[in-house]
Design a protein around this ligand. Structure first.
Ligand code: NAG
Ligand code: NAG
Length: 210
């Protein structure tokens, strides 16, 4: 019994030592190409406090686009100190009648609504939809890699902040993925069952070709 406990305890310690970083931080060195784990570390003697600071999330993003939304924020390219730390923070602005179109990231996301009323939701891999009207102060989580969206259903602009557990979560918007590319429309029809004419129309809206 004691031995078992000891072994369990020891494997716990080994795991946590295995995951413990050997550096306090790894500020992104933009002069070297990024790899799967992120950027290389900037020489610590050159690191300054400003490498850990991002300003401007008090300013509304530019919502002049098809979906009337903006996402702006602090991620590895705008806040080098986030590199290697597994998190990022964005501001979402959604105008009246607008939406953050359905999209995925490589990671999970948590949202907090600050102003307005939105319907937020995600779709699981067995095609169940989980969605709800959220108001100021409400928090919702979107599990990693699942398709999700936010729709402004109020009469005022909506403001929310989201945090994701990657310094570069990636944004893959389904409509743009399908209709902003150069895949022949006949192939898009085959892989979606959407009429080729409709595909061509959507490609012209989203900037795709062929
Ligand atoms: C980091 O910068 C210091 C001071 O300029 C220099 O002495 C040191 O060699 C640098 N380290 C690396 C790994 O480049
Ligand atoms: C907002 O974005 C639109 C479309 O990209 C652009 O035409 C416009 O100049 C931008 N407005 C500002 C204030 O940057």
């Amino acid at each position: 019994m004691i031995l078992k406990l000891f072994i369990a305890f020891w494997s716990l310690i080994s795991v946590s030592y295995g995951q413990t970083s050997v550096v306090d931080f790894c500020v992104a060195d933009y002069t070297i190409a990024k790899g799967p784990a992120g950027y290389s570390c900037k020489n610590a003697s050159k690191v300054t406090t400003d490498d850990f600071i991002f300003s401007g999330l008090d300013v509304k993003g530019n919502t002049s686009n098809l979906f009337k939304f903006a996402a702006s924020g602090a991620y590895d390219l705008t806040l080098p100190g986030l590199n290697g730390l597994g998190l990022s923070l964005f501001r979402l602005d959604i105008d009246v009648g607008g939406a953050v179109p359905i999209h995925t990231h490589r990671v999970s996301e948590v949202i907090i609504v600050m102003e307005g009323t939105i319907i937020a939701g995600f779709i699981s891999s067995d095609n169940a939809a989980y969605f709800k009207t959220l108001n100021k102060g409400d928090v919702m989580v979107f599990p990693q890699a699942l398709l999700h969206f936010q729709v402004n259903v109020g009469n005022t602009p909506a403001l929310a902040f989201v945090s994701l557990n990657s310094p570069n979560p990636g944004f893959q918007f389904t409509s743009y993925s399908l209709f902003a590319n150069n895949l022949p429309s006949s192939i898009v029809e085959k892989i979606t069952l959407i009429d080729e004419d409709q595909v061509k129309k959507l490609k012209s809206i989203f900037g795709g070709t062929n």
